[in-house]
Design a protein around this ligand. Sequence first.
Ligand code: GLN
Length: 340
Amino acid sequence: MNIQSNTFSLATAGILSTFLMVNSALAEFSDEQLQQAVDEAYEEFKDDDSGKNADYIPILTEVPSDLFGVVIATRDGKLFVAGDIDYRFSIQSVSKPFTAALIMQQQSPDAVKENIGVEPTGMPFNSKVALALYEQRSVNPMVNAGAIAAVSLVEASDEEERWDLILKNMEGFAGGELEILDEVFESEYSSSASNRGIANLLLNDGRLYADPEESLRVYTMQCSLGVNTRDLAIMGATLANGGENPVTGDRVLAEEHVPELLAIMATAGFYDESGEWMYSAGLPAKTGVGGGIVAVVPGEFAIAAFSPRLNEAGNSIRAMQAISHISGKLGVGVFGANPN
Ligand code: GLN
């Protein structure tokens, strides 16, 4: 009897400790491990000079192409950094999920689904074909059409209030003040015939909810906001922390809406490269033509990276490589560890 009960308790202890080990291996990383992962990703890819700066927004060709920064921000606000993490660049499309979050918060996730859509297009971020094909159910807030629609959907009485709500929301995620990079705004707004076309197509389909020029202008202001890699990491860490900014302690998104937002990032954050991204990195993330990317390990941390040289889909080559590497190295892909 004694022997039996001893065997039983030893076995139970064994199972329990195995369980705890597995759990802690998944959930807990030492500061050294996180810093090492960041350093390693930076070193491994810093010399890759493939791709080129975005040039359809003329001023973006002037951003020094060699800049490269990598940051992990944890859900409790710790930062692990390497490279050019203080350089301010335009947030561009990395802003898109945060305005989608504002609509979820101000209205509801259904408002996003019904008025914009949540279906990946499998097409480039500026596609008009996608709009024609998906006239009824529209697109998603991660591509230009859905993001311009999102800006128009924000409930505001005039343009000033629309911008103010969007800016305050973005600052809430970043945990500090953000400013428009004026030169980027001028350059983009004076060459935005394509986005103006998209705004008018949306209007024609009954999928734009404010004046088209106002929507285009505020969308362009949103894309011209200056951020550094650290800001992006904190914005992502706010999502990793269930919608509460780990630095300021302010709640910017209800915890229950975070999974819906991450789902759109996972399926459409890289436009027509979203499948390949999930296949290799396994993390919900968002890219921008300014060279920034932020990825979220739900409940854990965010990984942000910045490098201006892009591939054909408009995604930053070294930022993708660095984040995929860290995801694989730490084994944090949402479907299990991806190879690194
Ligand atoms: N502001 C850019 C545009 O509208 C954003 C595109 C991007 O970052 N992919 O084209």
